[in-house]
Design a protein around this ligand. Structure first.
Ligand SMILES: [Ca+2]
Ligand SMILES: [Ca+2]
Ligand SMILES: [Ca+2]
Ligand SMILES: [Ca+2]
Length: 286
């Protein structure tokens, strides 16, 4: 039988879960500094990749160096464990990337790639060339190839639910289906890389974000239970039409990554949504 003291502790714990802020449920790397400074583990670098940051982008210049060892030419590879998100009932990954790399590298995981995976064989592996995307999920499933127009950055997004996965490029649903298994689960991780194969390439990464999908129309991008000014960075990105591939402004579909900002559920993010976001941040008027 529990002591009164234990019961009191349990009651406090229960009360605490309803009133204390929830930790942020989203990891975001916006590349205002180098990947390691933003929390990534450097996996490996081959053949002297040239890398730099500029105005919130991370660049990888990967060359072909004849005397270089290894089959892969230049490489610049990072990883992170997804253990904190094990069992998340709704999980997203979104990244924004442009490369000038040739599509001939795609069978070899070049010129740019990002993979979610675990030991149980659940895999979402996106390889990006300047004009072609490959999505590979499992040996038993056909490889998906999507042509894209070159020379602009694209936004890639995976959404994972218990019984459904979806893959988006910018605002368009490209593929959906039944997941091969739960994800993230035991020993899941994310790996991303730049790699040159037959040709040199330059990759530019704007951001990599992942975590719990925020509630639609909540303004709460990081799912910590409150819409706050820290969420404004992401709201403004959805509102703005100043960046290629983001469809801000009235009557445009702002894409799945902006559903959290769409307070009136009409797919666009406009000044009406902004007014609602301000109300959410400031709280209800007296
Ligand atoms: Ca950025
Ligand atoms: Ca928040
Ligand atoms: Ca509207
Ligand atoms: Ca709207």
């Amino acid at each position: 039988m529990r002591s009164n003291r234990t019961q009191f502790g349990v009651a406090c714990l229960l009360l605490g879960t309803t009133t204390a802020p929830v930790p942020a449920q989203v990891f975001s790397s916006e590349f205002f500094s180098d990947p390691v400074s933003e929390g990534w583990e450097l996996d490996q670098q081959y053949c002297d990749p040239i890398t730099w940051n500029s105005q919130g982008w991370y660049y990888q210049q990967l060359n072909i160096i004849p005397y270089c060892p290894g089959p892969d030419g230049g490489e610049d590879v990072y990883r992170r464990s997804l253990e904190p998100f094990n069992g998340a009932p709704r999980f997203f990954l979104e990244f924004r990337l442009q490369t000038n790399g040739d599509r001939s590298g795609i069978p070899y995981g070049a010129p740019a790639g990002l993979a979610l995976g675990n030991n149980a064989g659940v895999l979402y592996h996106i390889t990006v060339a300047q004009d072609l995307i490959q999505l590979f999920r499992a040996p038993s499933l056909s490889v998906m190839l999507v042509d894209i127009a070159p020379d602009i950055p694209r936004t890639y997004r995976i959404e994972l639910y218990r019984d459904r996965y979806a893959f988006y490029i910018d605002a368009s649903l490209i593929d959906e289906g039944v997941p091969e298994g739960p994800f993230p689960a035991y020993q899941s991780e994310i790996v991303w890389l730049g790699r040159s194969w037959e040709f040199p390439c330059e990759n530019a990464w704007d951001y990599i974000r992942y975590g719990v999908i925020p509630a639609d129309g909540s303004g709460d991008y990081d799912s910590d239970g409150v819409a706050s000014l820290s969420n404004f960075y992401f709201f403004h990105e959805c509102l703005s039409n100043q960046r290629l591939g983001i469809n801000g402004s009235p009557d445009n579909n702002a894409g799945p990554g902006c559903r959290f900002a769409d307070f009136d559920f009409d797919a666009d993010i406009d000044l009406l949504d902004f007014a609602e976001f301000q109300n959410a941040v400031n709280g209800p008027r007296p």
